[in-house]
Write a protein that binds this ligand. Structure first.
Ligand SMILES: NC(=O)C1=CN([C@@H]2O[C@H](COP(=O)(O)OP(=O)(O)OC[C@H]3O[C@@H](n4cnc5c(N)ncnc54)[C@H](OP(=O)(O)O)[C@@H]3O)[C@@H](O)[C@H]2O)C=CC1
Ligand SMILES: O=C(O)[C@@H]1CCC=N1
Length: 271
């Protein structure tokens, strides 16, 4: 196994960095003693040290020096500044993984010293519960083994595929941002049931489980979603009445447009 004996570092322990650290440690891929993280925000470091048992520091150089693979989990807007502070401590023995939305590999590589191995990944927040959907893409100095390492890391917290970099903005609009499109759907479906008299707790459990079950069927049966929808929809039954309302409100167009707009924003962040 190519990850054997390697140490993993995170620069940035905000929402996504913390989700990945928790997911990866829970999956047992790295023992917490082999995971290092740094951030300017000490409470998130303290929480990870206490609850997960990883090594933490407020100095990014500590993370770099202690790690073989360094995940940049900071905002796209500050990535250049963060790289400037660590680049001279990164040699060709280390692999850098950027999860920053929109930021192109060529632009990341050009901020580091020549020859730096870079992989770009777009994960999602469901890494916390080992159900992330991630895509990775390989930089010009990264090897096939580096890509395999990245697929193994992100595959440990969900599904991970490799794509060409021109598709990363589409992935960002779809699966990177996607959980945030679905959480309001869960809440709104539960609201409908609360309106009809169900208690909030039961409504949320049934709404979330309904989405989980539908997603699992789509993945496991590999049947077209239209066909799965037809399996639920009895002639003159209840479901078709609900579907008519969703179509009247433009559900398909709304979701398509959300993915397209988010992808556009990812492209903007890369300019
Ligand atoms: N959230 C998500 O679902 C996803 C996010 N991403 C990507 O992940 C990256 C992180 O996003 P997210 O976790 O949401 O953002 P957060 O703002 O939650 O986390 C970023 C963290 O980096 C810290 N930070 C700021 N400056 C530095 C520095 N110089 N050195 C070390 N740490 C620093 C921030 O501290 P402070 O708050 O004090 O500034 C913060 O704790 C982004 O590039 C985003 O595009 C990708 C996929 C999904
Ligand atoms: O909203 C964002 O910019 C980040 C990237 C994908 C998900 N969250």
């Amino acid at each position: 196994m190519s990850l054997e004996g390697k140490k993993l570092g995170f620069i940035g322990t905000g929402k996504m960095g913390s989700a990945l650290i928790k997911g990866i440690c829970n999956a047992g891929l790295f023992s917490p003693s082999n995971v290092y993280a740094s951030d300017l925000y000490e409470p998130s470091l303290d929480e990870l040290k206490q609850n997960v048992g990883i090594n933490v520091s407020t100095d990014n150089i500590d993370t770099v020096n202690n790690s073989d693979i360094i995940v940049l989990a900071i905002k796209p807007q500050i990535i250049k500044k963060v790289i400037a502070g660590i680049k001279d401590d990164i040699d060709s023995d280390k692999l850098v993984i950027s999860i920053a939305a929109g930021v192109k590999i060529a632009d990341i590589e050009s901020e580091f010293n020549d020859g730096t191995r870079v992989i770009r990944v777009m994960p999602n927040i469901a890494a916390t519960v080992a159900e992330a959907a991630s895509a990775i893409t390989q930089g010009s100095n990264a090897s096939k083994e580096d890509a395999e390492d990245a697929l193994e890391i992100f595959g440990a917290v969900g599904s991970a595929i490799q794509v060409t970099e021109n598709l990363m903005d589409a992935v960002t609009g779809l699966s990177g941002s996607g959980p945030a499109y679905i959480f309001p759907v869960i809440e709104a479906m539960a609201d409908g049931a609360v309106y009809e008299g169900l208690d909030r707790k039961s409504a949320l459990v049934l709404a979330a489980q309904t989405i989980l079950g539908a997603a699992k069927m789509a993945l496991e049966t590999e049947t077209h979603p239209g066909e799965l929808k037809d399996m639920v929809t009895s002639p003159a039954g209840t479901t078709i009445r609900g579907i008519k309302v969703l179509e009247e409100y433009g559900i398909r167009s709304a979701f398509m447009q959300a993915v397209i707009e988010s992808s556009k924003r990812s492209k903007e962040l890369g300019k």
